[in-house]
Design a protein around this ligand. Structure first.
Ligand SMILES: *[C@@H]1O[C@H](CO)[C@@H](O)[C@H](O)[C@H]1NC(C)=O
Length: 251
């Protein structure tokens, strides 16, 4: 009797301490860093059935960051940044990445073009976290995903180039309904809306969905990104249990 009490007490104490330490220092966090010389409004959209994180969006001033606990169970979704947001006529509106005119996107997606960081957290037999940066919906801001303390193959992926500067004229996305300055670079799908560029219908398979000269412009500038629907990420990774995934805007 006495000996069983002795083993039980320390065990329950240990679990309490573990729970406390995880509440204070979660063992897996997501961090969004604004390294841009201007304010951005990051947005986070879960895939259907997964919880909304940080109400789906917030303001992030230049040279600041925000960290929050990563989901503890399987989760997938995407992160992007909204730029050039203002209150006009009493309404919040962003030049790129806008999600229905609200600061907190609350699960809504964003308007293209927008550089997307995509995540699948906690999957597979070794608690993998998969991440990629996609230019399939165009480009609005340079961004990278940097994992910390993962086991296995955990490369930095993304795009450090400012493709708004080098964007071909036919893909340029301009503010103020096309009359303002270049604030993004559209994908060929968004610019031309054909089944071929959008990999729809007949073109919706790895055999028929091919790179174009436009997707190759993105790929050459930013090799560690996905540039059309069936593109393969050029950096393979298999990253187990990272303690932090950092999205750095304007890395
Ligand atoms: C990228 O280029 C656009 C267009 O020239 C410019 O407005 C924007 O400030 C640049 N962004 C960065 C981070 O340099």
């Amino acid at each position: 009797m006495a000996s069983s009490t002795k083993t039980l007490l320390p065990l329950s104490l240990l679990f309490t301490l573990l729970a406390l330490s995880q509440a204070t220092y979660p063992n897996f966090i997501l961090t969004l860093v604004n390294n841009c010389p201007y304010t951005i409004w990051p947005a986070i959209q879960p895939n259907a059935g997964h919880p909304v994180l940080e109400r789906g969006g917030f303001t992030l001033h230049s040279l600041t960051h925000r960290s929050f606990p990563a989901p503890t169970a399987h989760w997938s979704g995407r992160v992007w940044a909204r730029t050039g947001c203002t209150y006009e006529h009493g309404k919040f509106y962003c030049a790129t990445g806008d999600c229905g005119g609200r600061i907190e996107c609350d699960g809504l997606g964003g308007a293209p073009p927008a550089t997307l960081a995509q995540f699948v957290l906690h999957h597979g037999h070794a608690d993998f976290s998969t991440y990629s940066v996609s230019l399939v919906d165009g480009f609005n801001i340079p961004l990278t995903v940097t994992p910390h303390e993962g086991k296995g193959v955990c490369p930095v992926v993304g795009c450090k180039e400012n493709l708004s500067e080098s964007c071909p004229a036919v893909l340029q996305f301009k503010s103020h309904g096309g009359h303002g300055s270049v604030v993004g670079c559209k994908s060929a799908c968004e610019a031309f809306k054909t089944d071929e560029f959008c990999c729809r219908n007949h073109y919706n398979s790895p055999q028929t969905c091919k790179p174009s000269s436009y997707s190759q412009f993105f790929k050459h500038a930013c090799p560690a990104t996905i540039t059309y629907a069936h593109d393969s990420p050029s950096l393979m990774h298999e990253c187990s249990s990272p303690r932090e995934l950092k999205v750095i805007f304007c890395h």
